[in-house]
Unconditional design. Structure first.
Length: 280
C-alpha cells in the first residue's frame, strides 16, 4: 500500500500527528497536536490522480454570473491589500501563484496593477493564460527562481490546501516578497462551525469533489506558518457558515445559515478564510 502523501505537520511542528474521529474515504483525518492543522491520509497515487483534474485548457476560469461575483470578490480583496500596502496600484508588483488560466490576473490587469505575473503548474491551464498575453511561468513556484524581494503582493487562492508541504511555499513566498509586502492566502477554515457541524460531510474535505484537498488550515496554523517564515498576520478574516450539507438544505436551513453568517464572521468561525501575512 502507498504511504500517505503527508507524513508530518507541514506547518513545521515537531509534534506527531494524531488520529481524529473523522473518517474519510481515503482514511482517517489526522491532527497536529501543536497547531491543529488537519491532514488527509490520502496516498500519493490517489493525490496525483485527483490533481490531474486541474490540467485542462479552460483552467478554473469562471463563467456567467459566477464570473461577475468572482470579479467583485477578488477585486475587493486586491483593493484592500493595495490600500494596506499604501502604494499606488500602478507601482505594485503582483504575483498570483496557482493562477490557472488567468482569471485573477485578468482582474489585476483591469485594476491597472503595475506588474502582473502568474505561476501555474498545470501546463494546459498555464498555456491558456500565456495565450491571453499574461506573463505566466509554467511550473512550480520555486522553479520560477524569481529574484529576492521581487514582489509587493503575492496571492494564493485555493492553493495551500493542495500542498503536502506548505512550509516550502511559505519559505519561497517570504524570499520573493519585499519587506512589508503581503501574502494573501485564501483557503478553508477547519476550525469553522461548518467543519465542526458537518464533520466528514463537509464537502471541502472531499478529495473526490475537490481534487487534491489534503491539508486543512485554521487561523492559528496560518499565523504559525507565517511566523516560522518571517511573516506576521496583517489581517485575517473568515465568513460563511453551513448548518447542513448543501444537498440537504431546507429553506429554513438556508435562512438560519444567513443569520449565522454574521456571528460566524465576527468570531472567526466562518469556513471561508482569508489571511494576509506581512513580510517583516
Ligand atoms: Zn502543526
Amino acid at each position: 500500500m502507498d504511504k500517505p502523501v503527508i507524513q508530518r505537520c507541514p506547518i513545521g511542528c515537531d509534534s506527531t500527528l494524531q488520529a481524529t474521529d473523522i473518517h474519510l474515504p481515503e482514511g482517517i483525518l489526522r491532527r497536529c497536536s501543536e497547531c491543529g492543522q488537519l491532514l488527509s491520509s490520502c496516498s500519493q497515487s490517489r493525490y496525483d490522480h485527483t490533481m490531474q483534474d486541474f490540467n485542462h485548457d479552460a483552467g478554473t476560469m469562471p463563467t456567467g454570473k459566477s464570473a461577475r461575483r468572482h470579479r467583485q470578490r477578488i477585486g475587493a480583496i486586491l483593493r484592500e491589500a493595495i490600500d494596506f500596502l499604501d502604494q499606488p496600484a500602478d507601482s505594485v508588483r503582483f504575483l498570483d501563484v496557482g493562477c490557472s488560466s488567468g482569471s485573477v490576473l485578468h482582474i489585476a490587469s483591469e485594476m491597472h496593477i503595475g506588474t502582473v505575473c502568474g505561476v501555474e503548474p498545470a501546463p494546459k491551464a498555464a498555456a491558456t493564460a500565456q495565450q491571453l498575453g499574461y506573463a505566466v511561468f509554467s511550473g512550480y513556484l520555486h522553479e520560477a527562481a524569481y529574484a529576492d524581494a521581487s514582489f509587493d503582493l503575492v496571492t494564493t487562492f485555493e492553493v495551500v490546501e493542495h500542498l503536502a508541504d506548505a512550509g516550502s511555499m511559505a519559505k519561497e513566498v517570504s524570499r520573493i516578497l519585499r519587506p512589508g509586502g503581503l501574502w494573501l492566502i485564501g483557503t478553508g477554515n477547519a476550525e469553522s462551525w461548518t467543519a465542526e457541524r458537518l464533520r466528514e460531510q463537509w464537502e471541502y474535505y472531499s478529495i473526490a469533489q475537490n481534487g487534491g484537498h489534503i491539508s486543512f488550515f485554521n487561523p492559528r496554523s496560518i499565523a504559525l506558518l507565517g511566523q516560522r517564515h518571517g511573516m506576521s498576520v496583517a489581517y485575517l478574516r473568515t465568513k460563511r457558515t453551513l448548518g447542513s450539507p448543501p444537498a440537504a438544505r431546507t429553506r429554513l436551513g438556508k435562512l438560519r445559515d444567513e443569520l449565522m453568517a454574521i456571528p460566524a464572521r465576527l468570531t472567526g468561525r466562518g469556513h471561508d478564510m482569508l489571511a494576509a501575512l506581512r513580510k517583516r
